[in-house]
Design a protein around this ligand. Structure first.
Ligand SMILES: *[C@@H]1O[C@H](CO)[C@@H](O)[C@H](O)[C@H]1NC(C)=O
Ligand SMILES: *[C@@H]1O[C@H](CO)[C@@H](O)[C@H](O)[C@H]1NC(C)=O
Ligand SMILES: *[C@@H]1O[C@H](CO)[C@@H](O)[C@H](O)[C@H]1NC(C)=O
Ligand SMILES: *[C@@H]1O[C@H](CO)[C@@H](O)[C@H](O)[C@H]1NC(C)=O
Length: 250
């Protein structure tokens, strides 16, 4: 058998190169195919609100405005922490009819940002913050997005200049994120104060939430990668076998 091996050196080299090349390609494809590691449980505001119950409207708004994702990312990437005032479903349903629909997409974002303070505040800290408190909506000027916190005893009140409400419950605190239940939606002066501009009519275009858009795209992408990966594997194997057999018969 061994005497049958009469490969010319250049051909031997070419065959070897071919096999190595195929193996390398196959290896790369296999590596690319490896599934992304499962997320190891970063803080998820949606999950926290779901668990607390009675926050379905807030959850939906966080999804539509993508503020939920932003909060999660920010929590993961900053060490400032965050405080969220979470209005209940009752708070939303006791708004004047059409209040939410009268807001543009950008105004909805501002409304939600107004409920988020970009620092972690314990209940005790909440009682000693200086007013007005700066929220993610930004400008705290008296006709923009001022938020005041007042306390008497253990009772903490929040005032926007449009609504006054009481922090009725501490839903979640972990040293980084604090979520407090409020029984009214915090309506900012900028959008609901006396000098607020007449709300723009809601555009009729159908809007899909970003989160919904992203997930199917990613799935399709990995499906494609899998399909082409399997194809390359077979292709690589085939060439390898042909090269090996050729080598044997030379
Ligand atoms: C957060 O939790 C919600 C509901 O449990 C889930 O649909 C969403 O995918 C989670 N987000 C992340 C980034 O894990
Ligand atoms: C969280 O932060 C870590 C390290 O900064 C980063 O590797 C990871 O991708 C982040 N995860 C999310 C969901 O943002
Ligand atoms: C908080 O609000 C409640 C009712 O809205 C009110 O009775 C109380 O006086 C307020 N307390 C403070 C310290 O503003
Ligand atoms: C909020 O507090 C600031 C500073 O004490 C004050 O000037 C402002 O009038 C207060 N606004 C409301 C709506 O309570």
């Amino acid at each position: 058998m061994a005497t049958n091996f009469r490969l010319s050196t250049p051909f031997k080299f070419l065959t070897l190169l071919l096999i190595i090349l195929q193996c390398t390609t196959t290896t790369i494809v296999v590596v690319a195919q490896a599934p992304a590691p499962a997320p190891t449980g970063p803080t998820n505001i949606t999950k926290i609100l779901e668990k607390a119950g009675q926050f379905t409207t807030l959850i939906r708004l966080m999804k539509v405005t993508q503020l939920g994702d932003q909060i999660n990312t920010q929590l993961n990437n900053s060490n400032q922490g965050m405080t969220v005032f979470a209005p209940t479903d009752n708070a939303f349903s006791s708004l004047k009819a059409g209040t939410l629909n009268s807001l543009s997409d950008q105004e909805k974002v501002s409304l939600l940002q107004f409920h988020v303070v970009p620092t972690y505040l314990t209940n005790a800290q909440l009682q000693t913050v200086s007013n007005p408190l700066r929220t993610q909506a930004g400008d705290t000027a008296s006709n923009k997005f001022p938020l005041n916190v007042t306390t008497s005893g253990n009772q903490v009140n929040v005032s926007t200049g449009v609504v006054d409400t009481t922090v009725s419950n501490s839903i979640y605190t972990d040293g980084t994120l604090a979520v407090y239940q409020v029984d009214k939606v915090l309506l900012p002066m900028s959008l609901f104060g006396p000098s607020a501009p007449a709300p723009a009519p809601e555009p009729l275009k159908k809007k899909k939430s970003g989160a919904d858009d992203v997930a199917p795209t990613t799935d399709a992408g990995s499906d494609n990668a899998d399909a082409s990966g399997a194809g390359s594997d077979l292709h690589g194997l085939y060439i390898g076998v042909v090269a090996f057999i050729t080598m044997l018969y030379l």
